[in-house]
Ligand binder design. Structure first.
Ligand SMILES: C[S@@+](CC[C@H](N)C(=O)[O-])C[C@H]1O[C@@H](n2cnc3c(N)ncnc32)[C@H](O)[C@@H]1O
Length: 260
């Protein structure tokens, strides 16, 4: 477990990582850069033992995933494990009804709030970003249609519990369409097996040229995204279907790639 955790998000050692200021931090004047190991993220809650680490997802990939959805004004974007709030900053570029981040580590929740304040003051017309400190398992589920976003935040046992909770919400909800966007979908099989959700999208998406070398695994130039929806119950406008693409996880537990 420790060896794997030291490999952080995608199977590289800390020595291989380049400490950089990510271009989105320069663009917005925020702080979302770096990779922080789980030991520095302790909250004192039992969920700590499932925490992997902090690292921000690539904005160009989040943008492409969010652009597959329509009617953003009706949707609440919810980042489960929001870290410093990079995905929240990108979500603020879209006209979501609400934008919410839930973060276990108090130190990161506090940075995410500062970043949210900066975005709010620079872009007062955008949807304000709300940050909730705590375990996603304790977070209330918002009303109305929701987009849940994950970037490989926790180990399998926790992902299973979180998915069970979302499935319960989906069953109880009268009107709430739920889309799940999973960046680096290492535990995609849990979602594929769900009776409540269907996979509607899976693709490797290339980084923008200025993002190359800024991922946790510096030699990568693309990452995988998969999307599931509770389409039968509450159809959200249909998006490109790549439901049958094969996803491979290599190294096991660390990096998901879509293989044709
Ligand atoms: C890989 S980072 C992703 C950050 C952000 N979503 C992004 O894409 O830029 C995962 C984050 O999930 C948080 N996390 C892990 N377990 C959690 C839990 N049970 N509840 C809330 N946040 C959690 C970690 O502290 C970390 O900040």
């Amino acid at each position: 477990m420790h060896r794997l955790r030291n490999n952080l998000l995608s199977g590289v050692s800390a020595d291989e990582m380049i400490p950089l200021v990510h271009p989105i931090d320069r663009q917005y004047g925020i702080d979302t850069s770096g990779v922080i190991g789980y030991r520095e993220l302790r909250s004192g809650k039992s969920a700590d033992k499932y925490n992997i680490c902090y690292g921000g997802s690539q904005p160009s990939i989040i943008r492409k995933a969010l652009a597959t959805l329509s009617d953003h004004q009706a949707l609440t974007f919810c980042d489960f494990g929001c870290g410093k709030g990079r995905a929240l900053a990108v979500a603020s570029e879209f006209s979501f009804r609400r934008i919410i981040g839930v973060e276990l580590a108090p130190s990161l929740a506090s940075i995410a709030r500062s970043n949210a304040d900066i975005i709010r003051s620079r872009f007062p017309d955008r949807t304000p970003i709300e940050v909730v400190e705590g375990d996603v398992l304790a977070a209330p589920f918002p009303e109305g249609p929701v987009v849940v976003y994950f970037y490989h935040p926790f180990y399998r046992a926790m992902m299973k519990k979180v998915l069970n909770r979302i499935e319960n919400w989906s069953r109880q909800s009268e009107k709430g369409g739920i889309s799940i966007i999973y960046y680096n979908p290492v535990y995609f099989d849990l979602f594929d097996r769900s009776r409540e959700f269907s996979r509607v999208f899976a693709q490797n998406i290339e980084f923008e040229p200025n993002e190359r070398g800024t991922g946790p695994n510096y030699h990568d130039d693309s990452d995988a995204i998969a999307i599931w929806q509770n389409v039968v119950k509450a159809p959200i406008p249909s998006i490109s279907r790549s439901s049958y693409a094969t996803i491979k996880v290599e190294p096991p537990g660390w990096r998901a790639l879509v293989v044709k």
